[in-house]
Design a binder for this molecule. Sequence first.
Ligand code: GLY
Length: 330
Amino acid sequence: MKQRRAFLKDSLLGGIAFIAASCGWTSTSAEKSQEESNLKGNKPIVISTWNHGEIANKVSWQILEKGGTALDAVEQGVRLVESDPTGSSVGIGGLPDRDGIVTLDASIMNHKNECGAVAFLQNIEHPITVARKVMEETPHVFLAGEGAYKFALEQGLKDTNLLTEESKKAWEKWLEEAKYKPIINIENHDTIGSLALDQHGNLAGACTTSGLAYKMHGRVGDSPIIGAGLFVDNEVGAACATGLGEAIIRIAGSNIVVEMMRNGMSPQKACEAACQRVIEKHQNVSGLQVAFIALNKKGQYGSCSIHPGFNLAIHTPKQNGIETAKHQFI
Ligand code: GLY
């Protein structure tokens, strides 16, 4: 709930910026410091979505500064958010689907184009670790539902109740009207996505979520879909997405961002171009929030959302904090 209030506050602040700049892209002092920092590049670096990215980055940074791998950094960072019961959109405490069941999606990708993902996973606290085990311990990329759950138990993860009292109460309240209408930046589009570049020059990414609150039972979003919620190409860069998964899947969002970087765009311009693509492919984006973060091989990063209110956390040797992303007007 604390995070939701923070998002609401960010939305309001973002709204003021939105009114102040009547057309085009917003420009903030955070953006200027990003550009300056980006001129030189950064290594190591970790960037993560939303306010909860800050606690993830703290753990990731401890690994990166000691020379650890980007893969360990992103996995360990997002695990912390998965364990936080106050977060209503990731792991324990994630809001359930319309049947009152918490189902989780996650994906992970390393610098060798190896990847692993799980979807519709229930009763497991750390879907990101199951995704990593799919990548490392199986010949497959993607496990879902009961099969993913059984595999997680085989790998030593424990059955865990993910529905907190607070989430259960929120679901019971929702049942009174049972209307499904996502609200920008507030209703659970706050996947934790994390991208890192380590001291060895390798990139990795991780993405984990409980998805949309009160979704249809069985609904899977973008987060576990390689190329949509997450994509890493160690020759070029990495990207991940947050927001309404259906819109991100429709444009293969994270893959688009990486391909734009391959063709010469900066991470910032690539995120802007992907947001523009979402806008062009949807007739009405007035209630649709999507955001991207991206990181290239030099440690330059970028971010963009369609609407105001999205922020990201950055940790480099010179910088540690939260920035508000650029947004595009409708
Ligand atoms: N981006 C998370 C979801 O739509 O499930």
